[in-house]
Ligand binder design. Structure first.
Ligand SMILES: Nc1ncnc2c1ncn2[C@@H]1O[C@H](COP(=O)(O)OP(=O)(O)OP(=O)(O)O)[C@@H](O)[C@H]1O
Length: 501
């Protein structure tokens, strides 16, 4: 057997260090310590993938300090070696149950211990691979997701970032428009300049002109000194105008002038100031419709809509839900001491069944709430305020397969906007087979169309849309095995970027 390296062996309570000596003698790469403080000092410098706790009959292990020790080696698996009497202590039992891969009773056969350590090492390796895959899913821009929709979005961002033209971002509230705007800025030659985000809908109409364009001293009552506006503050960088549809019509004229001439004049000022700023705007309402009803200037619409990007609602990229949940979970627990380990299977199933009207922001909020509210180690659907769906445990393979097949078909149809040809291709079956399967599972094409409200976005100007990317492993079989099918046993799982004006 190839012996795994980096084992931290903590022998407590004056218990004999004989086990550590035996393992060392048999070639195990072991770092023995006899108290938690020494363990902490070692952990500060070395990464351990395995931990062995050796205690006697009365483990004097404060649960909290042992948990801190376990937390100091993230990703490590722990094995406890104790006397049977030790398990009489409820606190110790709880600790072993919640935080250890396995436990063995003294006296213990050395080979049995070696075997258990070997299994624990395998699991640690798997966890490491999982963690590496999770890191791959988070790009340098903090944009999480691996599905085709997010890949398309990244590609669009990369393309528009290379130019200096205005960009209009469409998408529902909470879907990630501001994140996309930040990503455009960060990928652009302006990255070293400021990124100023302004929510046009959140500033009172009486203030918005001076907030955007600044004002001169004495321009109005209370203007005791001159002040630069957000546009000037974004000099050499990017201004993100969120909810641009809420900009009062008179200000739309000023903004249009700025876009055409690259100059602004402050409120109460007479000078025209040259400002070099890229404009990225976003709206969750259909601006073309706003133009049609006279609420938005057509010329401004065309000026802004030189390049347009659409961020898909979360319900059309459900494949990213588990990975986003895991990402938010890790962010939440990074700041707090918690015993919560991740998501239960039921929570994952409930997340996949939910329609996410509030999109990614809603997912973040629900994860945050669950981490605080749960009393269990694995977050359940109710902790997230979600309705529990069928319990997959113990339902039998036939039913489980059928349920998974139905879920995968529904999810795929949802993701591709209920386009049969695309769904059949993604599932790796013919259109006829897909129709047959839909009939078998009672999935009607129209009945779920409420899941697909026509996008609030209908750009009139040319849209950059790369051709759909074929996914590796997108066949029905692969999806049945994937977490999206709800068969992963435990899933553990952002906040609004600061600095918004
Ligand atoms: N792909 C993603 N990866 C990680 N976090 C994301 C992703 N998409 C959105 N978020 C997070 O979700 C939250 C909402 O995103 P964002 O503010 O960009 O949405 P929005 O579409 O601009 O919303 P609104 O229209 O209400 O302003 C933020 O905390 C953001 O960081």
């Amino acid at each position: 057997m190839q012996l795994p390296g980096n084992i931290l062996c903590v022998t407590l309570g004056g218990h004999s260090g004989r086990v550590a000596e035996q393992l060392l003698g048999r070639g195990w790469n072991l770092s023995p310590v006899t108290d938690l403080a020494a363990a902490g000092r070692l952990q500060a410098h070395r990464k351990f993938s395995l931990g062995l706790l050796v205690v006697g009959a009365e483990p004097d292990v404060a649960e909290e300090s042992m948990e801190a020790c376990i937390a100091a080696s993230p990703g490590a698996e722990w094995v406890a070696l104790c006397e049977a009497q030790a398990l009489e202590s409820p606190a110790f039992r709880e600790l072993v149950l919640g935080s250890f891969f396995d436990h063995l009773l003294q006296p213990c056969d050395l080979r049995e211990l070696e075997m258990t350590l070997g299994h624990a090492a395998k699991r640690a390796g798997l966890r490491h691979r999982n963690e590496a895959a999770r890191r791959c899913a988070v790009d340098a821009l903090g944009m999480v997701g691996q599905g085709p929709a997010i890949s398309r979005l990244r590609e669009q961002i990369r393309k528009v970032a290379a130019t200096d033209a205005p960009v209009l971002i469409g998408g529902e509230s909470g879907s990630g428009k501001e994140l996309a705007a930040r990503a455009i800025h960060q990928c652009s030659p302006r990255a070293s300049g400021p990124f100023v985000a302004v929510n046009c809908g959140a500033i009172s109409p009486s203030l918005i002109q001076s907030e955007l364009f600044g004002h001169e001293r004495g321009a109005f009552t209370g203007a005791s000194s001159e002040r630069r506006g957000f546009i000037e503050a974004a000099s050499d960088g990017t201004i993100f105008l969120d909810e641009i549809g809420d900009l009062p019509i008179e200000l739309q004229t000023n903004l249009l002038r700025f876009l055409q001439e690259k100059t602004i004049s402050r409120v109460g000022g007479v000078r025209n100031l040259h400002v070099d700023v890229r404009v990225v705007a976003a709206s969750h309402v259909d601006l073309a419709e706003a133009v049609a009803v006279g609420q938005f200037r057509e010329d401004l619409f065309y000026r802004l809509n030189v390049l347009s990007i659409e961020v898909e609602p979360l319900r059309r990229r459900m494949e990213d839900v588990p990975i986003l949940a895991e990402y938010f979970f890790q962010r939440c627990i990074a700041k707090t001491r918690t015993r919560v380990k991740g998501f239960s299977r039921q929570a994952l199933a409930a997340m996949l069944a939910h329609e996410w009207p509030g999109n990614v922001r809603e997912l973040f909020n629900r994860v945050q709430r669950a981490v605080v509210m749960t009393d269990r180690r694995l977050i359940g659907p109710t902790d997230m305020g979600l309705e529990a769906v069928e319990n997959v445990a113990g339902m039998g393979l036939d039913i489980a397969r059928t349920t998974a097949e139905r879920d995968v078909i529904s999810l795929t149809l949802t993701r591709v906007g209920r386009n049969i040809t695309h769904a059949a291709r993604e599932l790796g079956v013919s259109r006829m087979t897909l129709y047959r399967l839909m009939e078998k599972h009672g999935i009607a094409l129209e009945s779920e169309s409420r899941l697909q409200p026509a996008s609030a976005w209908s750009p009139a100007a040319p849209v950059i849309r790369p051709t759909p990317v074929a996914r590796v492993g997108d066949s029905m079989d692969a999806m049945m095995k994937s977490p999206a099918a709800g068969y992963r046993s435990d899933w553990s799982g952002a906040g609004k970027p600061a600095g918004r004006a």
